[in-house]
Design a protein around this ligand. Structure first.
Ligand code: ZN
Length: 118
């Protein structure tokens, strides 16, 4: 049994733990923000130790610079600048950008629409 096979179920548990920690962070974020930061930190460490990726939707809830739990409108600012989403952490003032998908070729769409109408 190779190492990778042996660790498969361990990775599954790690994945569940990460999701649970993010749930907990969400639950206590209003009352105890420092505790939610701690949960995020633990989730990140579990992910690194077991080489499990943190799912994208959860990863975007944490600041990759200072590890703060991000709540749009409270601990971070979210803006669009045409090509990407810019998330500014209000704790460390650093920005994270990620692209959002715009329609690749809008002219193709117009041609399709014209063909459809008689
Ligand atoms: Zn930050």
């Amino acid at each position: 049994m190779t190492r990778r096979q042996k660790k498969k179920w361990i990775k599954e548990i790690a994945r569940q733990q990460i999701e649970r920690l993010f749930e907990l962070a969400e639950m206590v974020s209003r009352t105890r923000p420092l505790l939610s930061d701690r949960y995020i930190h633990l989730a990140k460490r579990i992910g690194m130790r077991n080489r499990v990726r943190i799912p994208t939707h959860l990863k975007r809830r944490m600041c990759k610079h200072c590890g703060k739990y991000l709540i749009p409108g409270r601990t971070c600012r979210v803006r669009l600048n045409g090509t990407c989403v810019v998330v500014t952490c209000l704790a460390c003032d650093k920005q994270t950008r990620y692209p959002y998908h715009r329609r690749q070729n809008p002219s193709n769409d117009r041609i399709k629409h014209q063909n459809r109408t008689p």
